[in-house]
Design a protein around this ligand. Structure first.
Ligand code: HEC
Ligand code: HEC
Length: 304
């Protein structure tokens, strides 16, 4: 566990660099500049089946997998469990999932992360396609570990304690990254009393709220998380309202007078500016290290 974590912390700077490069280079495997140490995989091809004979599955990229693991811990653990065997909020065991077994490069898992199963209780989890692929890579590597070693990856290891962080470091982090929107004596006063379970408190702050942690595009009226949109026609005429629905072709907004309006989109016309107050929370997901998360939780726990 400790080793994994150290690895992760070391890997992060590299990983951020790669993430940027990745955007440009789309979905190629990491460049040859990846240090050899980082690319020594422990297991060979993970499972038979799925590959044309002679075609070799490229070994999982450890940096991508490490990133996927972090993101999984933040966005999926509550429902699918830290060991992928199902969690408190009712997600199925991914180690036995046919989808996870068959996934080659995110093509099956990514669409599910993006909302393909919303009707059966798996919410869309907002993250970039690169991040979603990293999570898929992590899931495949865990499924692969089982396949090749005949045992679940994290069996026999104690569950990590949540309260391992440094509250003082957490307070500084909060001052730097959170205090523009939150205050320990304002909206977050007594948060540790309201949410007394540290684990739930951590899930809550990381996700930016309880319950519908990853809100769909529809936003409730009059809350601090209301997503608004401004639509500006080439003529300069503009309307603003609460975002009800948006896709590449249509955008629907609720106006202040209680009516709603749907506007057709063609490319960049009209201009659509979406303002999502929770965007910062989601963007921060990609920034936190394990240490930041533990430190901030250790600090928030003191806000009784
Ligand atoms: C709020 C709970 C919740 C969260 C958060 C969640 N899931 Fe799920 N997930 C579910 C439920 C419920 C299902 C079952 C849906 C179904 O039966 O179609 C599911 C199904 C899946 C499946 C398909 C399993 C199968 O074999 O059918 C995959 C893969 C999956 N989730 C991956 C993820 C990943 C990756 C994340 C994090 C990025 C995530 N989930 C976050 C609840 C959740
Ligand atoms: C750009 C503004 C912004 C930033 C920066 C931000 N948040 Fe939030 N946060 C929000 C909004 C908006 C909500 C939703 C509040 C609501 O639902 O009433 C929220 C919700 C929360 C909640 C849930 C509050 C509750 O009462 O349930 C917690 C806890 C939280 N944020 C902690 C943090 C922490 C810790 C950081 C820094 C690491 C942070 N936030 C950074 C805007 C922000």
């Amino acid at each position: 566990m400790v080793q994994v974590k150290n690895c992760l912390l070391i890997a992060l700077p590299i990983l951020l660099t790669i993430a940027v490069a990745d955007r440009a280079a789309a979905q190629t495997t990491p460049p040859a500049s990846t240090p050899p140490a980082a690319s020594a995989p422990t297991q060979p091809v993970r499972r038979p089946g799925g590959l044309v004979p002679g075609q070799k599955r490229p070994p999982g990229d450890p940096v991508q997998i490490a990133r996927g693991k972090t993101l999984y811990g933040i966005a999926c653990t509550s429902c699918h469990g830290a060991d992928l065997r199902g969690g408190d909020l009712g997600g199925p065991n991914l180690l036995r999932s046919q989808v996870a077994l068959s996934d080659q490069d995110g093509e099956l898992i990514v669409p599910i992360i993006q909302g393909g199963r919303q009707n059966s209780g798996m919410p869309a989890v907002p993250m970039s396609p690169t991040d979603a692929k990293a999570v898929a890579a992590y899931i495949r590597s865990e499924v692969g570990n089982i396949g090749s070693q005949g045992k679940p990856p994290s069996i026999g290891k104690p569950a990590p304690s949540i309260l391992v962080g440094d509250a003082t470091a957490g307070q500084s982090y909060f001052a730097a990254k959170c205090s523009s929107c939150h205050s320990p004596t304002g909206d977050l006063q007594g948060i540790a009393t309201r949410i007394s379970d540290p684990k739930l408190l951590q899930n809550t702050w990381v996700a930016g709220g309880r319950g519908r942690r990853f809100g769909p595009t529809v936003s409730a009226p009059g809350s601090r998380r209301t997503i608004t949109v401004t639509i500006t026609q080439p003529t300069g005429e503009s309307v603003e309202g609460r975002l009800v629905r948006i896709d590449d072709f249509l955008v629907t907004l609720a106006l202040a007078d209680g009516t709603s309006r749907t506007v057709r989109r063609e490319g960049d016309v009209p201009k659509v500016d979406v303002h999502d107050p929770m965007k910062t929370h989601r963007d921060l997901l990609a920034v936190y290290t394990d240490k930041d998360i533990h430190d901030v939780t250790a600090y928030l726990v003191t806000l009784k």
